[in-house]
Design a protein. Structure first.
Length: 119
C-alpha cells in the first residue's frame, strides 16, 4: 500500500471526528471528517452509514503502526476537476508575468531618470 492508491472498503464505525473503514486488502483506516467531502459537515451520520461501501484514496500510510489515513474528498474533487486558470496568465499563449519581467529594467531606468530630473 502506498500514498495515492485508490481502494474499496466498507464503513465499520463512525465517530464525530471521522469514519473507520475496513479495506478490501485486509487492513483498516480512518477517513477524517475533513476528508469526507468538500465543505462543512455538521453530522457524519447524515453522509455515511455503517456497512456502506465506499471508494477511498490513501493520503497517508504509517508502515510502522500500520495506520492508514484515507480520503473520499480527493476522489470527489478529481471527478469535478476544472481546468486550472490563473488570473494573470494564459497557458495557451504562454504569457503571464513575463511581459512585466521583460519591461522591469526599462521602467526602473525611466523612474530613476524622472526622479533625478525632479530633484
Amino acid at each position: 500500500m502506498k500514498i495515492g492508491d485508490k481502494l474499496h472498503g466498507t464503513i465499520t464505525g463512525i465517530k464525530p471526528y471521522g469514519a473507520f473503514v475496513a479495506l478490501d486488502n485486509g487492513t483498516s483506516g480512518l477517513i477524517h471528517i475533513s476528508e469526507i467531502k468538500t465543505g462543512f459537515i455538521d453530522n457524519i451520520n447524515d453522509i455515511l452509514s455503517i456497512g456502506e461501501k465506499v471508494d477511498v484514496q490513501v493520503v497517508d500510510y504509517d508502515e510502522f503502526n500500520q495506520k492508514v489515513s484515507l480520503s473520499m474528498r480527493t476522489l470527489e474533487e478529481e471527478k469535478h476537476h476544472l481546468s486550472h486558470r490563473h488570473r494573470f496568465s494564459n497557458s495557451r499563449l504562454h504569457i503571464g508575468f513575463k511581459p512585466l519581467g521583460d519591461n522591469l529594467d526599462n521602467w526602473v531606468k525611466e523612474g530613476l531618470e524622472n526622479f533625478k530630473q525632479k530633484n
